[in-house]
Design a protein around this ligand. Sequence first.
Ligand code: FES
Length: 110
Amino acid sequence: MMGRSMMPEEDFVPVISEGELKEGSMKLVNVVGRSILLARQRGQVYGVSNRCPHMGCSLANGTLKEYIITCPCHGWSFDIRTGEYQKAKQIKLMTYECKIQKGKIREITG
Ligand code: FES
């Protein structure tokens, strides 16, 4: 356990079952009206906002390599762990804390 593991359980909602997100892949989900792109790498699940801050393209149509998502439209790339744009770290995607529990991927709502 690391980071914000002290978050109360009830702040996490089940989103999809664990088997729906394979290692090294991405999946777009809708949680409480937000469009969130989930990505799984080395057993960890990361969640970022799906909308590219450049011109709003859907990052779900981009590519994931290691921890880097590349936007399909003009190639901006972001680290899924921090949401940071690789060329200017002050530009960030929103990140959402996720965890795997009892066969479900759960995402923070708070
Ligand atoms: S909209 Fe994503 S790089 Fe332009």
